[in-house]
Each structure stands twice: as C-alpha cells, then as structure tokens.
Write a protein that binds this ligand. Structure first.
Ligand code: PMP
Length: 413
C-alpha cells in the first residue's frame, strides 16, 4: 500500500505478445500467471465467447442447467484421470480448493468420522488465498504468521526431496509413514500439488512419492486431494501431473488454464465413491453453491479451450518447449548469482542465491521487450504453448543476462 511497484498499462495482447499502451511489445513468458496456454486473442475462443453471449451470459445453476456446463462436465470426466466422474464447477482456483476441503470433511462426517477435520500436507505448497487454502499453504512462505489465530491449524510434513528424476529416499518415506501414524486419525485428507509445487517455490519432485502417498491415504482412511490448478492441461508434459504417477486421486482441483485464461472458472472433480458417501449423509448434498457456479460464458469458452488443446498436438509442443527452455537457460548455470536451473515440461526456472529486486529487474525485462514476473529468488518462465523457438530464446537470453547483473539482486538475506 505504501511502496507500490510500477504497473505497466496494457493496450492489447495477441498470441504470445502483450502490447503496452505506449506501443512497446513484450514477449510473454508468464501466460498471465500460467492460464493463457493458447496465448491471447485466440480466434476459436473469441468465437465461442461471442456465440455464447448471443444465447446468455449467465443463469443461476440451482434448479436450472445448461449445455455449456453439461458439455464441460463430460469433457473433464473424459480427459481427467480415470475414475473422476463427478464435477463441481466453481469460480476460482482458491474456491475449488475450499470445495475440495469441504468435500473431504463432509465425506468423513458421512462415515461417522467427525473428528477428522484436519488436513495433512507438504511444506512448500501453495493452494490459494482464501481461508481454507491459505491454511494449507507453506507455513513460512504463506500468510500463517500474519493471520495467526484466524487460520485453522493443520499438519505439515517436509516436502519430498528435490528432483523429478531423483531416486526415492527410503529415510524420507520412513518419516512420512511415521507422520501418517501420528496424525492421520485426525485428518480428512492429504492435499498437495502433484510433482510441481508452483507459487511455493517452482519445485519439482519424483512422482513415485505420490504413489506412496496414495497407499498411505488408503491405509489410514484419508482422501487424497491433488491441486492441479497450476499443473493441469499439459503444463508438465502430461495432460495432468497425476499422469506421471499413473494414479487417480480421490479429489482433483482444476482452474487457471481451464478457460485458456479467458475467464475465471475452476472445477473440483471427485470419484463416484466420494460423491456417493456424501449423498448418503444427512446433508445429502455438497454444501456449496456460489452465485456464478457453472457460469455459461466461462463454460462455453472452457469447452472450446479443451477442444483446441486436444487438437493442437500439445504433447509435442510441450516436449519441444521443454527442450528449448533447457537449451537456452543452460548458460545461467555457470553464473555465480545462480543456485539452480531446472526445467520440467513448459516450466523453466532459474533459482538465484539472493532475492530479486522486482522493480529494477522488471524495468530491465520490459526495456528488453519481454514480460517476466519473478518472485523471491525465482525467475521463471511458463509461456503460452504457442511461443516460437525464437521467442523462447529471447525470453531465456534476457533472463540469463539479468542473472549476470548484481544490481538486480538484494543483499544476502
Ligand atoms: N492452487 C494452485 C496450485 C495455484 O497455483 C493457485 C494460483 N496460483 C491457486 C490454487 C489459486 O487459484 P486462484 O488464484 O484462481 O484462486
């Protein structure tokens, strides 16, 4: 409130280019916080929006239903991990996590496990900014201390060791089993971001840990919730990150790229079993019903976005994007300010030893014609899938150049 960072006025955006009000063009490395996977001003999505507007922008979703929601539900059931047959449509990623948490609590209540109101999770996670999600975000990186006394208290276990291909560590697994033995009886579910922790640190871990989590949850009567709001729709190289482990969680949260970045919409999917147990409870329904639930305009765009993604040889695109990110970010690994360079799917990360000075580095990026928004000690790319190799090279080379300049970094923490 008192020291605002500069904000750059935008006039328009097309494909992977953002045009500022002064005419300056920026190659987009962020996909607008990872949601604009097809880039901007996409003909197919514009058409879907215009066609839906002619019919209706919105009607309530209580006692009424409509084709865009039904069609979106079908598509999500078709493409998500096998067995997730029930879909709840909500208005944002954070709300879909709230819904997932309420589902888990209602599920345990229905099984007469009323004491199971806690959640287990990894440190280093990020699940959104409303109360429920905030309470399972990383206790140090998140807002726990600020909202201490207001947030519910849950149980955190250290995140899996780093590295997508790093071998599993038996000592870690042993501790994880002990953590479950100590706390599972109080918990409704384990919630995590599979394979990639996003806003909590752009951190990758071996998918095999997810299989262990799944069996521990089964053994101890917990549900497993995957928050794929950041990883869903191809970003990590699989359509959903759960696919790296070949497993189905009990509950799945989707958002961000669901509408190709056009409108806010999110989904919480669950298995028949979860839905049926809740259905047999005293409440009989999932107790959540937001005003803009299943907004038809957003649903119509989401259907068009999924169709476009599925016809777009997305897997090949992500493989190529990954190769180009790895190739063009590699020179950063030699720089003294750089701690680590890592790439997974369409995510390229430079982790530095010191925090970035956001205003200064941002001004440099804009002057160089790129849009990259770093945070903490992380400068990363999650570009729209439509970026060309030349655009990726430009984004990476500007990032590497910035990492050679000490004035863009704060003093040692
Ligand atoms: N979960 C994850 C993994 C996220 O990355 C985000 C957003 N960065 C959220 C939840 C919250 O989504 P939203 O900002 O749409 O509320």
């Amino acid at each position: 409130m008192s020291e605002p960072l500069p904000a750059y006025p935008v006039a328009s955006a097309t494909a992977a280019t953002i045009t500022l009000a002064d005419g300056q063009e920026l190659t987009d490395g962020m996909a607008s916080w990872w949601c604009a996977i097809h880039g901007y001003n996409v003909a197919e999505l514009n058409e879907a929006a215009a066609a839906q507007l002619e019919k209706m922008s919105h009607v309530m979703f209580g006692g009424l239903t409509h084709e865009p929601a039904v069609e979106l539900g079908k598509r999500l059931v078709d493409i998500s991990p096998q067995g997730l047959n029930r879909v709840f449509l909500a208005d944002s990623g954070s709300v879909s996590v709230e819904v997932a948490m309420k589902m888990a609590v209602q599920y345990q209540q229905a099984r007469a496990k009323r004491g199971r109101t806690k959640f287990l999770t990894f440190r280093g996670g990020y699940h959104g900014d409303t109360t429920g999600p905030m309470s399972v975000c990383d206790p140090e990186g998140g807002m726990h201390s600020l909202f201490n006394g207001f947030l519910p208290v849950h149980r955190f276990f250290r995140k899996p060791p780093p590295g997508f291909t790093a071998p599993m560590e038996e000592a870690y697994l042993e501790e994880l089993r002990m953590f479950f033995a100590d706390y599972a009886h109080t918990a409704a579910a384990f919630i995590c971001e599979p394979v990639v922790q996003g806003a909590g640190g752009m951190y990758f871990y071996n998918p095999d840990y997810l299989s262990v989590l799944k069996s521990l949850c089964e053994e101890h009567g917990l549900l497993l919730i995957f928050d794929e709001i950041a990883t869903g729709f191809g970003r990590t190289g699989k359509l959903f990150a759960a696919g790296h482990a070949g497993l189905t969680p009990d509950i799945l949260c989707l958002g961000k790229a669901l509408t190709g970045g056009y409108l806010t919409l999110a989904a919480t999917l669950c298995t028949d079993q979860v839905a049926e147990v809740i259905g047999r409870s005293q409440a009989k329904v999932l107790m959540h019903g937001p005003t803009f639930m299943a907004n038809p305009l957003a649903c119509a765009i989401a259907c068009a976005s999924i169709d476009l993604l599925l016809r777009s040889n997305w897997a090949e695109r992500i493989t190529l994007l990954s190769k180009h990110l790895a190739l063009h970010l590699r020179p950063a690994a030699q720089l003294p300010l750089v701690k680590d360079v890592r790439v997974l799917g369409g995510i390229g990360v430079i982790e530095t030893h010191r925090p970035v000075r956001v205003a200064e580095i941002q001004a440099f990026f804009v002057a160089q014609g790129v849009w990259i928004r770093p945070f903490g000690r992380l400068i990363y790319l999650m570009p729209p899938y439509v970026v060309t190799e030349a655009e990726v090279e430009k984004l990476c080379s500007v990032m590497v150049a910035a990492c050679g300049r000490v004035e863009f970094f704060a003093g040692e923490k």
